[in-house]
Design a binder for this molecule. Structure first.
Ligand code: PLP
Length: 398
């Protein structure tokens, strides 16, 4: 029997277990130990950012960003509907209204030409999501944000170390968020980072991350006791997880090369079939150096997409779809979302399929995926087969 090919698999790059053991031996497994410092140093240098705080998830980094931006009831936040729930939820938690703007049909990123029409006197923030680790059109977005006096907070869950016009993603907004969830290029299971590019946010971000206290200043010897200074929560990542993460980050070139190889093999192996079957592969503009986070196909119809999922499933290959448009979710509808509001999002959400993608996907397994797809004739499948429960369960992750 052929072994199943998962959609995602966590991969070790070499030193993970060694560093976790070292962390425990050092006797500091809570937050802000030696490995947290190493990760911070590496990320701050690679991004050239003022400060990078390791946190428990990208979701929490987004929540911190909303707190730092003093988002409250009556505020509006512009973001794509084609994204993970957390991008919107973090701001809704503070009482803001999400204003969903459609995506570009090519990169599937927030459509910068549609932002201005969505701005009102209540708009406080624009949240670009660099989908699949391909940069949004940051130059026009920053220009709009400057002209209207609104903040830019990047959700860069997919795009660590990718670049737009030779500048790293995550360095355009005053704040940016990263994910180290199992499905991301660099992982520690669950984890994230808040990237701070504007120095005015550093001190308060440290407090929000430490339950609203000035504990970080205390540990630096700047105060002789720490106390409750602000609202906050427990957002700091344990040093054991930072140890695991550091092993991945220090091998970032190797991870990047491996993922680039996987991405390019899909592109080369599927190009012709895609052209003949009206299927589109990812678009990466020449001024974007991508993160090679995922490889997706845009099938001609929802039925074809569901058919291909079922066809691959029969061959023990798990492919998944995402995102369900946020404006059509129960919460999105409670903010007035309705069908037709974001037509590109609605269309893409029906047709997009993500292929198995992880750092050590072997050539033999990838060939099985490619051959499986090449055998799929659009129009020759049983229409509208619902995806396997497993696939649906995995559908919503970034
Ligand atoms: C675009 C985007 N933002 C935020 C998140 C949330 O990341 P985390 O799981 O680290 O909270 C995800 C997760 O997949 C995502 O895809």
């Amino acid at each position: 029997m052929t072994a199943p090919i998962p959609f995602n698999r966590p991969c070790l790059t070499g030193n993970e277990l060694l560093y976790v053991a070292e962390c425990i031996r050092r006797g500091h497994i809570s937050a802000d130990g030696a490995f947290t410092k190493k990760c911070r140093g590496l990320l701050e240098e690679a991004l050239g950012s003022e400060s990078v705080l390791l946190v428990t998830s990208c979701t929490h980094a987004l929540e911190m960003a909303a707190l730092l931006a003093n988002i409250g009831p009556g505020d509006e936040v512009i973001l794509p509907s084609f994204t993970f729930v957390s991008t919107a939820n973090a701001f809704v938690l503070r009482g803001a209204k999400p204003v969903f703007v459609d995506i570009r049909p090519d990169t599937l990123n927030l459509d910068e030409t549609k932002i201005e029409a969505a701005i009102t006197p209540k708009t406080r923030v624009i949240v670009p999501v660099h989908y699949a680790g391909v940069g949004c059109e940051m130059a026009p977005m920053l220009d709009i944000a400057r002209r209207y006096g609104v903040l830019v907070i990047e959700d860069n869950a997919h795009g660590l170390f990718a670049r737009y016009r030779n500048r790293p993603l995550g360095t355009f907004g005053c704040l940016a968020t990263q994910s180290f969830h199992e499905t991301k290029n660099f992982t520690c299971g669950e984890g994230g980072a808040l990237v701070i590019n504007d120095p005015q946010y550093v001190e308060r971000a440290e407090m929000i991350r430490e339950k609203g206290t000035d504990r970080s200043r205390f540990f630096r010897g700047q105060v002789d006791k720490y106390t409750w200074m602000d609202i906050g929560s427990s957002y700091a990542l344990s040093d054991q997880l930072a140890a695991f993460l550091f092993a991945q980050l220090e091998k970032r070139s190797q991870v990047w090369e491996n993922r680039k190889r996987v991405w390019q093999r899909y592109e080369e192996g599927l190009q012709l079939w895609a052209r003949e079957h009206g299927v589109r592969t990812p678009v990466v503009p020449p001024h974007c150096e991508q993160a090679y986070h995922m490889f997706y196909l845009l099938l001609p119809s929802r039925e074809a997409r569901q058919g291909l999922i079922a066809h691959l499933k029969e061959r023990q290959i798990l492919s998944v779809f995402h995102y369900l448009p946020l404006h059509l979710s129960p919460v999105g509808r409670s903010f007035g979302g309705e069908p037709g509001q974001c037509p590109v999002t609605e269309d893409v959400s029906d047709r997009l399929l993500r292929l198995p993608f992880y750092n050590d996907l072997s050539e033999a397994d990838q060939d099985r995926v490619i051959q499986g797809i090449l055998q799929f004739r659009i129009g020759s499948f049983a229409p509208a087969a619902e995806p396997a429960p497993e696939a649906s369960r995995k559908s919503a992750r970034g």
